[in-house]
Design a protein around this ligand. Structure first.
Ligand code: ATP
Ligand code: MG
Length: 193
């Protein structure tokens, strides 16, 4: 399978759809958010650093993040395709990912962008706060994450379009999780045909 980059704002469903895709096609799945939360839980040095950024709604510095990503990628079995969930989040991370994959004889594959309006995102994240209790899912930090997304991450959408691999899926059009999944699966199969 081609590699997949899942792209979208906080709460757009990157984790949910990644899990469904990974299960259906037997692909590897790297969620940088989950990797960082694991480090925090285990109270590692990296976890301490990560927590100070995550609690502020800020991004972890690129060099650190790129290093974590490469280590995680190299720990996965080769040849099955990988879903990148929550990475890249900056142009520098995207350039580094492309280079890392090229060095390993691999390529970016396809990018899937989840488009969801901000009021729906806020509703979902506040609901998730009650269920999962994530420290960064409070209204103030969510607003900061949206701002960081608009300034640092959203410009990447055009970067992927220029690479010729962007595919967008709009919640306002698909309307249900099943509808989104159906459209996404169809595109993945087309790209791998
Ligand atoms: P979603 O709800 O769609 O899964 P999210 O944005 O709410 O996405 P995560 O992807 O789990 O959540 O990220 C949580 C936090 O971890 C980010 O706000 C950021 O501080 C940090 N983080 C995760 N990935 C990166 C990355 N690639 N670069 C920098 N910081 C990151
Ligand atoms: Mg996530």
């Amino acid at each position: 399978m081609k590699n997949i980059i899942i792209f979208g704002a906080p709460g757009s469903g990157k984790g949910t759809y990644s899990a469904e895709i990974a299960e259906r096609y037997g692909m590897g799945h790297i969620s940088t958010g989950d990797v960082l939360r694991g480090e925090i839980k285990n109270e590692t040095e990296l976890g301490k650093i990560a927590k100070s950024y995550i609690d502020q709604g800020q991004l972890i510095p690129d060099e650190l993040m790129i290093d974590i990503l490469a280590k995680t990628y190299d720990s996965l079995p080769a040849g099955k395709g990988v879903i990148f969930d929550g990475f890249p989040r900056t142009i520098a991370q995207a350039e580094a990912l492309k280079k890392m994959l090229e060095e390993r004889g691999d390529e970016l594959g396809m990018m899937i962008e989840l488009i969801v309006s901000e009021d729906v995102l806020m509703m979902r994240l506040l609901r998730r706060a009650q269920i999962e209790g994530r420290a960064d899912d409070n209204e103030e930090t969510i607003r900061k994450r949206f701002a960081v997304y608009h300034s640092q991450t959203e410009p990447l959408s055009k970067w992927f379009a220029a690479e010729g691999i962007r595919h967008t899926f709009d919640w306002g059009i698909c309307k249900t999780k099943e509808g989104m999944l159906e459209a996404i699966f169809q595109e993945i199969e087309k790209q791998n045909a």
